[in-house]
Design a protein around this ligand. Structure first.
Ligand code: SF4
Length: 190
């Protein structure tokens, strides 16, 4: 017989999904959760990662679904297509001025404010636990994990500045904070 007086462990998976849904939900915008995710992604992604297929990996969805989301944002004037340059078959997506104006009403800001009020140690522990969980889930689903240079195997900090060993490019602060499809988490080094 189970001990009904023992403290109940919350189901963390349920809590994480519930928090994500609450963070994205609002009655005051005309974008769906998927459209918000796409708009945020294209605002944060490095230039080579601003493709519909990279977004489909990030959003863990099919290319067809990702393309439909992108198409709807282009039709609303929030994203604009530009030629890839090196890959004639692909296009890159840029957030337009209207898209940036929309992002200033991002419902996720409420969640950011709530998380910012946590104790710094709690935030650091939560960040580490979530990064590890995201990495393990991505491996399980066999999809790339997204992240930024700070936690990436290819990031090389030397006397000349920060270099990406993958692209051999020097990285500035803005690039280092961006999402990158080539990201490889440091945790995979072990
Ligand atoms: S260091 Fe990693 S995350 Fe940063 S640009 Fe290079 S591959 Fe991408």
């Amino acid at each position: 017989m189970s001990d009904t007086t023992a403290p109940q462990t919350p189901d963390l998976a349920d809590l994480i999904v519930h928090l994500a849904r609450l963070g994205q939900s609002t009655t005051s915008t005309r974008l769906t959760a998927a459209q918000w995710t796409a708009l945020r992604y294209f605002a944060r992604a490095r230039r080579p990662s601003r493709t519909p297929s990279a977004f489909s990996c990030f959003h863990a969805t099919t290319r067809g679904t990702a393309s439909q989301t992108v198409k709807s944002l282009v039709a609303m004037g929030l994203l604009a297509r530009e030629s890839h340059g090196t890959d004639g078959r692909s296009t890159l997506l840029d957030v337009t001025e209207a898209g940036h104006a929309m992002l200033r009403m991002d419902p996720l800001e409420d969640l950011r404010r709530v998380l910012a009020r946590l104790d710094p140690d709690q935030r650091a522990a939560m960040g580490a636990a979530l990064r590890q969980s995201v990495g393990e889930m991505a491996q399980l689903r066999e999809v790339p994990v997204f992240g930024s240079c700070v936690d990436c195997i290819h990031c090389d900090r030397g006397p000349q500045g920060v270099i990406c060993r993958k692209s051999q490019n020097k990285l500035d602060a803005e690039e280092m904070a961006s999402f990158c499809v080539e990201f490889r988490p440091v945790s995979l080094r072990q």
